[in-house]
Structure formats: C-alpha cells, structure tokens
Design a protein around this ligand. Structure first.
Ligand SMILES: *[C@@H]1O[C@H](CO)[C@@H](O)[C@H](O)[C@H]1NC(C)=O
Ligand SMILES: *[C@@H]1O[C@H](CO)[C@@H](O)[C@H](O)[C@H]1NC(C)=O
Ligand SMILES: *[C@@H]1O[C@H](CO)[C@@H](O)[C@H](O)[C@H]1NC(C)=O
Ligand SMILES: *[C@@H]1O[C@H](CO)[C@@H](O)[C@H](O)[C@H]1NC(C)=O
Ligand SMILES: *[C@@H]1O[C@H](CO)[C@@H](O)[C@H](O)[C@H]1NC(C)=O
Ligand SMILES: *[C@@H]1O[C@H](CO)[C@@H](O)[C@H](O)[C@H]1NC(C)=O
Length: 327
C-alpha cells in the first residue's frame, strides 16, 4: 500500500511542477526556437542573440522583415510573444543594412491531443499513413493538410528504430516522405519504427508521431499482367517489387467474380475464393462478368493491395491492374 501511495504522490508533485505557466523554450534546429505553451495562450518574453561574432558592433532587429517600433537594438535582446504569434526575427548591421542572422520563433501549444494542421485519414488510421512494397526496409508515409491550412510546411521529419536513425527524403509536394531503412529480412523484427513530423502553419508548430512495425505496413504493389486468352483461365504475375524468392515470400490471392456493372468490392458475387497459384480457372455460366484478384502476404495476413480486374463482355475482355478503388 505504502509504495503505491508514494508513487501517486510523486506523480502529483511532478504534475504540479510541469503545470506552471512558464513555457518551455526548445531549440528544435538551427535558427528555430519553439515555445511549448500550455493551451497556446499567454505572454512570453524570449531572449534572442544575434551571434557571438557580432558582440562588439551595432545590431538592429526586424520582425518578419519589418523594423520594430520602438527600435530593438543590441546583440542580446528580449522580444514579447503574445498568444500564438511567433515570428521571424532577423538582425542587421544597421536599420537597412546587411542581414547578419535570424531566429524563427514558433509556438507549439501543449493542449490535449487536438491538432489542426493535418487531417485525420480515418478514426483508427490517425494522421499519417505508411506503407512498404516489401520487406527490404524502405517505406513511404503520407499525410493530408486540412483544407484551411494548405500552406503548412514541413519543418523536420525524423525516423528511427531503436536509436538508429533512418534517412528520409521529403516528397516534392511536401505531403509525404520516403525513408530508406535497412532490411529485416532474416530476423524477427524486434523494434518498431518511430516517425516524427514537425509541420508549421505561420508560427503554429505541430508535432505528429507514428510508431509501427514494418511487417504491419507491408502491402504488395498491384498485380501486373492480369490476362486471359479464353475468358476461363485468368493469370497474373507477382509484383516486380515483391521480395524474392517467391517460395520464401508467398502471396495469397483473393479471387472473385462479380456481375458486370458491379465493382470488385460488391457483396454480390458469383464466386469468391483464395488461392496460392498465379492463375485461376473459373466456371461461371454467364458471359458478362468482372474477374477480380488482389493479394496479401500469406504468412502475416497483412494489408491487401488494390483489386486488379478484367471486365468480360461476351467475346470482349478488358483487363486493368488498377481500378482506382480501395481494397
Ligand atoms: C533573459 O536575459 C535576461 C538578462 O538579459 C536574464 O536575466 C534572464 O534570465 C534570461 N531569461 C532566460 C529564460 O534565459
Ligand atoms: C545565428 O543564430 C543562431 C541562433 O538562432 C546561433 O546558433 C548561431 O551561432 C548564430 N550565427 C552566428 C554566425 O553567430
Ligand atoms: C527568416 O528570415 C530570414 C532572413 O530574412 C530568411 O533567410 C529565412 O528564410 C526566414 N525563415 C523563415 C522560416 O521564414
Ligand atoms: C491523448 O492521446 C493518448 C494516446 O493516443 C490517449 O491515451 C489520451 O487519452 C488522449 N488524451 C486526450 C485528452 O484525448
Ligand atoms: C536507399 O538505399 C539504397 C541502398 O543503400 C540506395 O541504393 C538508394 O538510392 C537509397 N534511396 C534513397 C531514396 O535514398
Ligand atoms: C470472400 O472470401 C474471403 C475469404 O476467402 C472472405 O474474407 C470474404 O468475406 C468473402 N467475401 C464475400 C463478399 O463473401
């Protein structure tokens, strides 16, 4: 009983300590200071330094490129940050002189889990969606900015597994990242990967994290070369990007025939089965139907890829590997 009570007391003291209104100021990266403010409210003084190199010379400050009134001078200054309004503070040799250095102040509200810059993809899915085409170690994550924050910019992305950094490259459109982890082919995957995305909209900074095992996000690419010569036997290939040899990394295929005019997700089906073969012979009597096939890792029962399908209309057949429909 007693140790438990002490534990509770300790937790309460800790909480009281961190609950004070003094914001934490952190240096996130070069030239960026982050104020961690409870609920994003309040008035906070922040100390800025132009740089040791400018100790003995005149220094003039601007906020977002505009001279401050009253003028702010000196190598060491303090600025007042009110509510959520951070800013970009630059120091110069003279009021209109040469740029010397700058510090961007961002505000990260420490409120409950509310976030406003990114949209949730689904209630379970969170804000960041990751997938990998195989077990080699590379993966891709995407996110979606809220419609009222289209200009939000990614400041920093970090990925690591068990203290080992994973190199990542941001997608050109800023709404995804490609990370190049190392293989976990031959061993059981012991440690999860954690991904952290810092994204800003004006001076608001939000931090999003996601933690996952590669084995849970591996999803085969769409099946190439879906074909049929007699409209009875359909065949396809393993995705080029899937791990080899296939005997070590077998895929399992769900095969389905739906009436013409229905999409592959239709509950109405003429046939529905699973197979390990890359071909399947169907025996349906009608002449107009859609043949559908999708794949998942046979051992992990991981995510399926998207349906590939052939639409059969009497003696005409049209096959496509991407119906644009989510599995
Ligand atoms: C800011 O600078 C002043 C003096 O210039 C100092 O007294 C104060 O402790 C500094 N505040 C912080 C948070 O470093
Ligand atoms: C510029 O300011 C940053 C802090 O924002 C500081 O770390 C850096 O040393 C300064 N650069 C120079 C050249 O003094
Ligand atoms: C802040 O201002 C400096 C100097 O004008 C500029 O080089 C820098 O890109 C700005 N940073 C941001 C995040 O706007
Ligand atoms: C915040 O998220 C954590 C983990 O997802 C959850 O345990 C906690 O209940 C959430 N807090 C609030 C206030 O929603
Ligand atoms: C990922 O790593 C492999 C091998 O180390 C390299 O060939 C490839 O170019 C890297 N890709 C990216 C996007 O960094
Ligand atoms: C089709 O079969 C799979 C398993 O092979 C099953 O999970 C799925 O629910 C079935 N679909 C329908 C519409 O019956």
């Amino acid at each position: 009983m007693r140790p438990l009570f002490l534990l509770f007391l300790g937790a309460a003291l800790c909480y009281a300590n961190t609950d004070s209104n003094q914001p934490k100021i952190e240096s996130l990266m070069d030239n960026v200071l982050v104020l961690k403010v409870p609920y994003g409210r309040g008035r906070v003084y922040v100390n800025l330094t132009c740089g040791e190199a400018y100790q003995n010379q005149p220094v003039f400050w601007k906020e977002n490129g505009v001279e401050l009134k009253p003028a702010l001078q000196g190598n060491h200054v303090k600025v007042l940050v009110v509510e959520l309004r951070g800013g970009n503070y630059s120091c110069h040799q003279s009021p209109d002189g040469r740029y010397l250095n700058h510090t961007t102040i961002l505000v990260q509200p420490e409120r409950d889990n509310r976030s406003i810059i990114l949209q949730e993809t689904s209630p379970e899915g969170g804000h960041i969606h990751c997938s990998a085409p195989n077990y080699k170690g590379s993966f891709h994550c995407t996110w979606t900015r809220s419609t009222d924050r289209p200009m939000a910019a990614v400041l920093l992305v970090t990925a690591e597994r068990h203290l080992e950094k994973i190199p990542c490259v941001l997608d050109a459109d800023g709404s995804g990242v490609h990370c190049n982890g190392t293989s976990c082919h031959n061993n059981e995957e012991q440690h999860s990967i954690s991904l952290t995305v810092y994204i800003r909209s004006y001076s608001l900074l939000e931090k999003y994290t996601k933690s996952f095992f590669l084995r849970d996000i591996v999803r085969p690419a769409n099946l190439p070369n879906l074909r049929t010569s007699d409209m009875k036997v359909f065949s396809w290939d393993y995705p080029e990007t899937w791990d080899k040899p296939c005997t070590f990394f077998p895929l399992q295929f769900q095969v389905k025939v739906v009436p013409r005019g229905h999409d592959c997700n239709s509950m109405e089906h003429l046939m529905n089965t699973t197979t390990l073969q890359t071909q399947h012979e169907i025996s349906v009597k009608i002449k107009k139907f859609v043949f559908c096939v999708k794949a998942q890792d046979m051992f992990t029962n991981g995510p399926f890829n998207q349906w590939s399908s052939c639409t059969v209309n009497k003696h005409e057949v049209k096959c496509s590997s991407d119906t644009g429909l989510q599995p």
